[in-house]
Design a binder for this molecule. Structure first.
Ligand code: BG6
Length: 530
């Protein structure tokens, strides 16, 4: 794969000469955000510490932040600017991908960090924020532009949107035309709890913001390997002719984690893995795999194609959910030789909880391209190993000329490894050297680390930068998020109608309940061991 690919030829510039990696020659110049103040609601939360502040610091290191820039944390707890800065420094030291932190970059970045205390349902919070932002416009040149980041639970999304509106902290979209000040808003996932709540939230948002001002995050879309799916499919002529039901037997999408719920028992009790990971990350991977080529890379063209996939998903009916969806919950077990507790033993989890921490589904995209091709998807916590991948399994050869082991010649598999060990492998059959014709499966393996070096930006860096630039391609559109929920709602309806059946327990450190293997075995297939 050539590293000289650009997503927009017009943007293409020669790489910085100081770039140490020759393979980066020809990559597009780093982008810079538009002048603005970023306001993070939920500034005392984990996301701010682990992801947002380290991402902003890394954008400062790569000189991608605009000259006019400030970041304001908003949360309930009283604290002064200095305390907040010290907390953020700790967080960046701990979680930044670049270590150690650069003192000169940090001291400039730190001057731009400040804090406003207040409750999200108190009009005073917004009045204080407004005064503070006006002062920042003068001090840091933030040009009256605002990027509000709602790192708060979905139940508080509407409250913050209302507070912003009442305090006149939102400029209409028209104000930004011709380079005027902009207001944009980023919603952290989960976006709603089901279709009805997502629709209601969308309606509330639409009374305050134009859709072009709204950025719904799915951080998977910011991952390099996920962005590469479009490049891989549509910048190479090899795949399109075989990317269909004629050649593809089935598709497997796996999002497996070793971690458990990590202190988020309360959240998981309300969410479960279907809402936490399948409704968003898995659906996005499925859409990017199944979508038709968009006419351009514009936000509307790409998202329009993804919405068509969502509309083509065969809806699950109560009867078919039982056949096509398997859930599970982790019990005690061993992950990497460490004994780990059962889900029901985690803090804030009910001892008889029925929440699923594993789900596997057989899904069909009823379209001309995919008619009859099953997409098997699974996501689970406390599985054997952390791996996210999309595996395309091609059809078997129609007739075998060679003596092959039982089951015939294994089919070609194209495995796109999203993480870790990012890369793409094509497995095919080869002759083992020797006097006899012995067949052996081998792989052509592309590895990001070897080809491009390993210091790739984190998803949140790309997404924050895009939001600062008003580029919405990697964010979820209103109809997209509603399409995702519509599909998932059917599954929940069926589970609700089943009444009180608890999900099967699988030992931590395995690949989920055995029913998940049966799901594929019924179709004479099996899960890949990634
Ligand atoms: C988040 C989920 O969206 O994604 C977490 O809430 C999950 O439960 C995480 O662990 C996985 O993200 P990543 O980037 O580590 O694969």
């Amino acid at each position: 794969m050539t590293p000289a690919m650009t997503e927009k030829p017009a943007d293409a510039q020669v790489a910085k000469p100081k770039s140490p990696n020759p393979l980066r020659q020809g990559l597009i110049e780093e982008k810079t955000g538009d002048a603005c103040a970023i306001v993070i609601f939920g500034a005392s939360g984990d996301l701010t510490r682990r992801k947002l502040m380290p991402a902003l610091y890394n954008l400062a290191v790569s000189r991608s932040l605009p000259g006019g820039f400030a970041v304001v944390g908003v949360a309930r707890r009283e604290k002064d600017h200095e305390t907040f800065r010290a907390e953020m420094k700790e967080a960046v030291i701990q979680f930044s991908r670049r270590k150690p932190i650069d003192p000169s970059v940090w001291s400039d970045f730190e001057r731009r960090i400040s804090y406003v205390a207040g409750s999200f349902d108190d009009p005073k919070t917004y009045a204080d924020l407004k005064r503070h932002l006006e002062a920042l416009d003068k001090e840091h040149g933030t040009a009256e532009s605002r990027l509000y980041y709602l790192a708060v639970p979905p139940s508080e999304h509407g409250t913050v949107v209302g507070g912003l509106r009442e305090a006149s902290l939102v400029q209409p979209h028209s104000a930004s035309k011709g380079g005027g000040p902009f207001t944009r808003v980023v919603f952290e996932k989960p976006f709603g709890h089901d279709l009805a709540s997502a629709q209601k939230l969308n309606e509330t948002i639409a009374t305050v913001f134009d859709e072009s001002q709204v950025f719904r995050i799915d951080h998977y879309l910011g991952k390099e390997t996920v962005q590469n799916l479009l490049v891989f499919r549509f910048a190479n002529s090899l795949w399109e002719p075989v990317w269909n039901r004629e050649h593809i037997d089935h598709v497997q999408i796996t999002v497996a984690e070793e971690i458990g719920v990590e202190g988020r028992g309360k959240f998981y009790e309300e969410t479960g893995i279907t809402r936490d990971i399948v409704e968003n990350h898995v659906m996005q991977l499925l859409c990017l795999t199944a979508m038709e080529p968009p006419t351009s890379l514009s936000a509307d063209a790409v998202r329009g194609e993804k919405v068509k996939v969502l509309r083509a998903l065969r809806p699950m009916e109560r009867r078919t959910v039982q056949e096509n969806v398997i859930r599970g919950q982790y019990g005690r077990g061993f992950v990497r030789a460490d004994e780990v507790p059962a889900y029901r033993e985690e803090p804030d989890v009910a001892p008889d909880s029925r929440v699923e921490t594993f789900v596997a589904m057989r899904v069909f995209v009823d379209s001309w391209r995919w008619g009859g091709v099953p997409f098997y998807v699974r996501a689970g916590k406390r599985l054997s190993r952390r791996v996210t991948e999309i595996a395309i399994q091609f059809k078997k050869v129609p007739h075998s000329l060679f003596r092959a082991p039982d089951g015939g010649i294994t089919p070609n598999i194209l495995a796109m490894r999203i993480q870790p060990d990012e890369g793409i492998a094509l497995r095919f059959i080869s002759k083992e050297p020797g006097q006899q014709t012995i067949l052996r499966e081998v792989a052509m393996d592309f590895r990001y680390g070897a080809a491009f070096g390993s210091n790739t930006p984190e998803a949140y860096e790309r997404l924050l930068l895009d939001a600062m630039r008003g580029e919405a391609t990697l964010f979820t559109r209103r109809d997209e998020v509603e399409g995702q929920w519509e599909f998932i709602d059917h599954v929940f309806d069926a589970w609700a109608s089943e009444g009180t059946v608890p999900p099967p327990i699988y030992p931590a450190g395995t690949w989920g309940p055995e029913q998940s293997d049966d799901l594929l075995a019924r179709d004479r297939r099996r899960w890949r061991k990634p």
